[in-house]
Design a protein around this ligand. Structure first.
Ligand code: Q5B
Length: 610
């Protein structure tokens, strides 16, 4: 048997990350003792609707996160326990809700820093509804072989070493979470282990006092003795002494009290717990608590060091009296091992896992991202710019200063070309339809293709081919293109022409040719092509896509990376258009009839279906 938590305990955890971590630890215990998952649901509004992955051994369970407690309890009527893993500002309200839920019989709060007035209020509410309130500031409850609530007991291996996979004969009551683990360990080493261990929490007003738990242990026939670890401050230990002395008790009480050091240390010594704040001498002091417990008949060692001996003595007395039978040894090797993670097994070199993907450009496994080996912050501190990051991530090499200047200009010059072009117009339409930024920008992005913005790659590719296959034969190149490809990528513009030259192109060509030492065979070739195409029609100029493609190819960027420059640059423009439309609270766009040629059949009757 046990107190508070047993095999029928099913819990909801109210809280975020810390709660999920606790659920994972609880599932490890569930696996050790082969019981169903204790945690059935989470309540955490920011992550409502998600499912948290909890491993019970090697078995993966999905536990749903609910927006509030009511739907969680509706869907899981088996839940009878709530664990509160929220910060102090929200924990009280959550505990009230849990205490007022009919199915919930036990609320355990890990939350520290709950205001004393709230703690008192919660205690009263629990008493009113006949519920148990463990905590605040409690690490949880452990019932050996039955149930673990919270992270009490520590790591998986500790659970085994403390014999928590099967019940013993000792109850454990502590204020401190850490000392509950210590006491459980001492009971396993010097006795036959525990029935239940309860950390009541170190606050001045715990939801449930030592006496109430002692009463529960007294009524649990499997518990033969209780180890109580108290501390300076408050009077819960004195109450325990009174309870023990009041009438003959079935259980034996072993008590250790922390804080005797206050007798010798200077005043003002701080103890960790909010409740451990009074009594140097006299009432509330460690010494007066020890005396009271001793007088009441408890086994009280002078120091903590004596606790092992006291437990051993009581255990031997219980054995001698026949109250308990010697525990038959369990072969630890028969207890299940926690399945190791893939990472652990890989580290030991016992398994080979084929990588799913391969990367050659960046690595995030250190303290910060490294682009082709260079730490991002070091690039910044040494004066590199976004164009250098592009060079590293797209071309895997750090551009020279001259190359960076060219890349920078390419991005600047193609960042936007007004609202009328397909991409910007797509984003504007979406923005006006109330679409969020990422989707509106991708609406514009989908316009980038062979006619608009997406001719950079093919321009670079085919002009490079021309240099190689038709070095002195541009008509031959154009004939080949007409036959095999169609319009030459990078040539032609909707509004720009010889009479209305594209200044972006003029500038880029002039900058690269006159202000840098870049060798530009591909750009030169494209300019020769332009002479022939513009002779045919004056809008068949080398356009911005073509110019970018040739220069980037001359810079040595991989062919398939080239459209990326237009995508990158134009993203800046599309985001700008989305922001602009939103700033103006722009309305939904609907085309006017006069902008549409309705080349449709006149209205006519629908024939009967044959
Ligand atoms: N013809 C760009 O066409 C456009 C020809 C050609 C030989 C060609 C067209 C084209 C190749 C793709 C390209 C990038 C669709 C353009 C950009 C960014 C932008 C945009 C902005 C910005 C324009 C009329 C006659 C026909 C065609 C012939 C056309 N192109 N011949 N090679 N390349 N170019 N795209 O004006 O005899 O009458 O049948 O596909 O490089 O997107 O600002 O707007 O920054 O946002 O609609 O600059 O050139 O002409 O297609 O009706 O053709 O010219 O064969 O001859 P248009 P079309 P014919 S830069």
């Amino acid at each position: 048997m046990s107190i508070l938590a047993n095999k029928d305990t099913r819990a909801v955890i109210i809280g975020g990350v810390a709660g999920v971590n606790a659920a994972k630890r609880m599932a490890q215990f569930d696996y050790l003792i082969n019981r169903p998952l204790t945690v059935q649901a989470f309540v955490y509004p920011p992550e409502a609707g998600q499912q948290k992955e909890i491993f019970r051994g090697g078995e993966l369970k999905n536990v749903t996160v609910y927006n509030s407690l009511a739907p969680a309890l509706n869907e899981h009527p088996e839940i009878n326990t709530a664990l509160i893993y929220l910060g102090a500002s929200r924990a009280t309200q959550a505990a009230i809700e849990a205490l007022e839920s009919p199915n919930i019989q036990l609320v355990s709060m890990i939350t520290e820093g709950v205001p004393e007035k709230d703690a008192k209020r919660l205690k009263k509410l629990a008493q009113k509804h006949g519920k148990m309130l463990n905590g605040p500031s409690s690490i949880g409850v452990m019932s050996a072989g039955e149930c673990r609530l919270g992270v009490i007991g520590g790591e998986y291996r500790n659970l085994k070493l403390c014999n928590l996979y099967r019940p013993g004969s000792f109850g454990v009551l502590t204020k401190s979470g850490g000392l509950s683990n210590e006491a459980m360990w001492l009971c396993a080493q010097n006795g036959d282990g525990i029935t239940s261990a309860v950390a009541i929490g170190g606050d001045a007003y715990p939801g449930t006092d030592f006496v109430t738990y002692l009463e529960m242990f007294e009524n649990d026939s499997d518990t033969k003795a209780v180890v109580l670890v108290g501390e300076v401050g408050g009077n819960l230990e004195e109450e325990a002494a009174e309870w023990l002395a009041a009438e003959p008790r079935r259980i034996k009480l072993i008590a250790a009290i922390g804080g005797t050091c206050q007798e010798v240390l200077p005043q003002g010594m701080k103890f960790g717990h909010a409740g451990a704040k009074e009594g140097k001498k006299g009432a509330g002091s460690a010494r007066s608590k020890m005396n009271a417990l001793r007088e009441a008949g408890a086994y009280v060692p002078d120091t903590f060091g004596g606790l092992s001996k006291a437990i051993k003595q009581v255990y031997e007395e219980l054995l001698a009296s026949g109250a308990i039978k010697p525990e038959s040894e369990i072969d630890e090797a028969l207890l299940p091992e926690l399945p190791p993670s893939v990472q652990e097994v890989m580290k030991q070199g016992e398994v080979i896992v084929e990588p799913l993907i391969r990367t050659t450009i960046s690595d995030d496994r250190g303290e910060e991202p490294r682009y082709a080996g260079y730490a991002a912050s070091e690039l910044c501190s040494k004066g590199y710019g976004i164009e250098d990051v592009v060079g590293l991530l797209w071309g895997k090499k750090l551009p020279t200063r001259e190359e960076s200047e060219i890349i920078k200009r390419i991005i600047m010059i193609s960042a936007d070309h007004g609202p009328a072009v397909s991409g910007a117009y797509g984003s504007i339409l979406a923005a006006c339809a109330g679409i969020d930024m990422p989707q509106a920008v991708s609406a514009g992005m989908t316009m980038i293709g062979p006619r608009f913005g997406g001719a950079v790659t093919n321009a670079g590719k085919y002009f490079k081919m021309g240099v190689k296959d038709y070095p002195n034969d541009i008509p031959g190149f154009l004939a080949w293109m007409k036959k095999n490809v169609g319009p030459v990528p990078g040539i032609g513009h909707r509004v720009k022409s010889l009479r209305n030259p594209d200044q972006r192109v003029k500038y880029l060509v002039s900058y690269v040719q006159n202000e840098t030492s870049l060798h530009t065979p591909i750009l030169n070739y494209a300019l020769e092509v332009e002479k022939i195409t513009t002779a045919k029609k004056d809008n068949l100029i080398l356009n911005v896509d073509g110019t970018m493609g040739c220069i980037l190819m001359d810079l040595g960027f991989p062919e398939h990376s080239l459209n990326g420059f237009f995508v990158l640059a134009r993203t800046i423009g599309m985001i700008g258009h989305w922001i602009d439309q939103n700033n103006q609270n722009a309305r939904l766009i609907r085309l006017y009839d006069y902008l549409i040629n309705y080349a449709v059949k006149p209205e006519r009757p629908v024939p009967d279906k044959k």
